[in-house]
Design a protein around this ligand. Structure first.
Ligand SMILES: [Zn+2]
Length: 392
């Protein structure tokens, strides 16, 4: 596509650059051409054109990333990286910050698109995402990491078909006895692992132009393991190079929380760049206080009937103690189960409990519409906006 060299309004520039990046996403660029000389010449010139556009897109993209990284400290509007490129954070709208489209717990580090039919997953999940959109949400954050079911191409297709902004991630999943951690992560240093994740941010995931919107890591239950700490260090290094937020599956492992806060301190990353995922499992507000006081994000993301009261109590207490602006609320729901017949529709949990039950109850119990706006719209913008956050 033709790119205008003159400067345009910031947002238009963002869209032009993203469109240029998308143009390079298919394999046509590398395809063999037919062997008649005229055709070869025409194709060569077309390819040269594409090549030049690609070069421009790479430079423009690097420039854009720099602008976004600077935005956190220069009063520029905050930006979010969706599977379809940057959007201004204020366009996120109501957001579900922790959900899943497909998960492959059975694949271990061999999980990948060869283990399922993407068409099946698309058909399975599309109506549920349509329901999310109809319920008034604008953004859906997909938290499944690589080797556990992350499928950038499928996510972008679903995002375009439903009109939902969708975010995916870079990082590895160290929970469930590290079964989904790839072999190279055990051998490499935190710096080398971070380099792989930074590479996804700069050049896209799995050969696509889809870039991660945050970093996902995880800690096992019980004593803190070497590999989980190494992955977290890699996340901190990646944050300092990319500005991506770190979301870590931690559940109620308070020793892991302590280790993570300490690692952030040592690496110079502000706790405001870190989300304690599944913090609702702690059950008591006091258990969350050290992380809240440090400025971290608390993800109360398991909303369902059986845990409803816990979520309600924690949010009401956050309001009472003045921490509502650090709380994220979601279902940790879904999903197509890879390896089970038809993805096990009978085990699927939909994404509507928060809007249908939790929000009305919070309003009944004294939260204001402004509080709800803070929880569903403002907090996700602040948590996921791409910017480097260094500790004071
Ligand atoms: Zn999850």
């Amino acid at each position: 596509m033709a790119l205008k060299p003159r400067l345009e309004p910031r947002q238009t520039r963002v869209k032009v650059i993203e469109a240029a990046l998308s143009d390079q996403s298919d394999t046509r660029f590398w395809k063999q051409t037919k062997s008649t000389s005229v055709h070869v010449q025409q194709t060569f010139s077309a390819q040269l054109n594409i090549f030049m556009n690609r070069i421009f897109a790479v430079f423009a993209s690097a420039l854009l990333i720099q602008l976004v990284l600077l935005s956190g400290c220069s009063g520029q509007p905050l930006q979010i990286m969706t599977v379809d490129g940057f959007i201004p954070a204020e366009e996120m709208g109501r957001t579900l910050p922790h959900e899943h489209i497909l998960v492959d717990f059975g694949g271990g580090a061999m999980a990948g698109p060869h283990r399922y039919d993407a068409e099946d997953v698309y058909r399975f999940i599309f109506p549920h995402l349509q329901d999310v959109k109809k319920a008034g949400y604008a953004t859906f954050i997909e938290c499944t990491p690589a080797y556990l079911g992350r499928d950038a191409q499928l996510f972008r297709r679903l995002s375009r078909a439903t009109g939902l902004n969708l975010l995916t991630n870079t990082g590895y999943y160290g929970a469930r006895r590290d079964l989904s951690v790839p072999a190279h992560a055990f051998e490499e240093s935190a710096q080398q692992i971070a380099q792989r994740w930074i590479e996804e941010w700069r050049n896209g995931i799995d050969g696509t132009t889809v870039r991660p919107g945050f970093i996902k890591t995880a800690f096992d239950r019980g004593s803190v393991s070497k590999i989980d700490v190494k992955l977290f260090e890699a996340a901190a290094i990646t944050h300092l190079a990319t500005g991506l937020t770190i979301a870590t599956h931690t559940v109620d492992n308070l020793a892991a929380v302590e280790t993570q806060l300490e690692t952030l301190k040592q690496t110079g990353v502000s706790p405001s760049a870190w989300i304690w995922v599944h913090a609702n499992r702690v059950g008591s507000f006091d258990g969350l206080l050290p992380a809240l006081k440090a400025g971290a994000w608390i993800s109360l993301d398991g909303v369902r009937d059986s845990t409803f009261q816990i979520h309600l109590d924690l949010i009401l207490e956050a309001k009472r103690q003045g921490y509502l602006s650090q709380i994220l609320v979601s279902h940790d729901a879904g999903w197509y189960r890879v390896g089970e017949p038809k993805g096990s529709p009978e085990r699927f949990r939909n994404y509507l409990h928060v809007t249908e039950k939790l929000i009305p109850t919070l309003l009944e119990q004294g939260l204001t519409p402004e509080d709800i706006h803070q929880l569903e719209t403002i907090n996700p913008q602040q948590a996921f906006a791409v910017r480097i956050r260094k500790s004071e």
